[in-house]
Design a protein. Structure first.
Length: 320
């Protein structure tokens, strides 16, 4: 029995366990990204990974785990060892929307994860083909009200950030429109340029080339402030006070991760988001850099749950 106890003690002593910020990290870190390469979430994650690698002196390896709108990745991350060697670059869909959409999500963000901090946010654009006879939010609302149900609006799949932004817009304005769901932004963008659909709620990166060329127009953004990339484009809130529908990106770690490690990661994340170079890269992705404490990120997750949860339940939207 004594030999067994001694052997276990030796094993425990040999396992690297970075208990303080000074000891962390002692080996490479895996950053789980709940979406495939090439999308907005992945682009933001790779900005963070490359800069964190330099700041921490250890490689931060991006591990894309797409599937079920981020559910697969979040389940995997929730089961990871809480030692700082697994971090998650999440967004609003994976932190709050999935929980309301899917009663069998298999994870609870507020119980299974500890927030590190917010890194950036992106609004959703109301983007239109030039043939749409509306050039701003007020004109879009008037157009939809003249012929209820006739206007078709494209979005990403049901339950996505762009779909829910459109639903929130509909709820706040009282309009009736027909939603046309697309599997992704690329297909949606192609149909919009081709005139097969005249208006969409979508993230901007896939459409930026066409917007700059004048083959598409942006009526408004759903964030609370105008974005540096398109300073002349108003927010929806300038017409509908208090309107906000944004996707926030941030870092999470498995629950139980030591506080000194969370503090170190937060310190480095805030430094990255404050860097002029990083801010420019985020601006170029039609986003806005943000910083927060872990506590502020936790409060934001709770606030977003209070926004999207009732909307999803009220519309009875479910994704199994």
């Amino acid at each position: 029995m004594r030999r067994l106890a001694l052997a276990l003690a030796i094993v425990v002593a040999l396992v690297p366990w970075p208990a303080t910020a000074q000891d962390f990290p002692s080996r490479a870190i895996t950053m789980i990204v709940p979406f495939p390469p090439g999308g907005g979430n992945d682009t933001m994650a790779r900005i963070v990974a490359s800069k964190l690698s330099a700041a921490l002196g250890q490689q931060v390896v991006v591990d894309n785990r797409p599937g079920a709108n981020g559910v697969i990745a979040m389940r995997t991350a929730a089961r990871a060892a809480p030692d700082g060697t697994t971090i998650v670059f999440a967004n609003t869909s994976s932190t709050t929307i999935n929980i309301a959409l899917n009663p069998n999500a298999g994870y609870d963000t507020r119980k299974d994860f500890a927030p590190v901090g917010i890194f950036a946010s992106t609004g959703i654009g109301i983007i239109a083909n030039p043939a749409l006879p509306a050039n701003n939010v007020a004109e879009l609302i008037a157009l939809a009200k003249r012929e209820p149900g006739k206007l078709s609006i494209g979005t990403s799949p049901p339950g996505s950030g762009s779909h829910l932004s459109a639903e929130l817009f509909k709820a706040r304005t009282g309009i009736e429109v027909t939603y046309v769901p697309y599997k992704g932004a690329a297909a949606l963008n192609n149909d919009l340029i081709g005139g097969h659909i005249l208006a969409v709620f979508s993230v901007l990166p896939a459409s930026l080339g066409a917007i700059r060329a004048g083959t598409l127009k942006v009526l408004a953004m759903t964030g609370t402030a105008r974005i540096p990339l398109l300073p002349d484009v108003p927010t929806v809130a300038e017409t509908i006070p208090g309107f906000e529908a944004v996707i926030r990106y941030g870092l999470l770690v498995p629950a139980g991760t030591p506080q000194p490690i969370i503090a170190r990661l937060n310190k480095e994340l805030q430094a990255l988001a404050g860097s002029p170079e990083v801010r420019e890269r985020i601006d170029n992705e039609a986003g806005s850099a943000m910083t927060s404490t872990p506590e502020e990120y936790a409060a934001e997750i709770a606030r977003e749950d209070g926004l999207w949860g009732p909307l999803i339940r009220g519309l009875n939207i479910k994704v199994e």
